[in-house]
Write a protein that binds this ligand. Structure first.
Ligand code: SF4
Length: 74
């Protein structure tokens, strides 16, 4: 699903705001908190690409698509 943030500046702004709120509310939504992670590699045991779900906290990728994983489980 694509977000309404079309240009790179608004994507960067949205990601910065999201990262701040994720920290403020202690959101769990990334591979590091997921039941399906291979902890030693921070890879996905289900085989999903997860580059956007580790490292810098981002809600939207550079193309404007949301980065969330629908298979995330605590
Ligand atoms: S299921 Fe999704 S959130 Fe969980 S480890 Fe795999 S890619 Fe990450």
């Amino acid at each position: 699903m694509k977000s309404a943030h079309a240009d790179s500046k608004s994507i960067a702004t949205a990601n910065a705001e999201f990262a701040e709120q994720a920290e403020q509310f202690n959101l769990s939504f990334r591979c590091g908190d997921c039941l399906h992670v291979v902890a030693s590699e921070v890879s996905c045991s289900l085989g999903y690409p997860n580059a956007m779900l580790k490292g810098a906290v981002r809600a939207i990728d550079e193309r404007g698509y949301y980065t969330f994983c629908k298979y995330f489980e605590l």
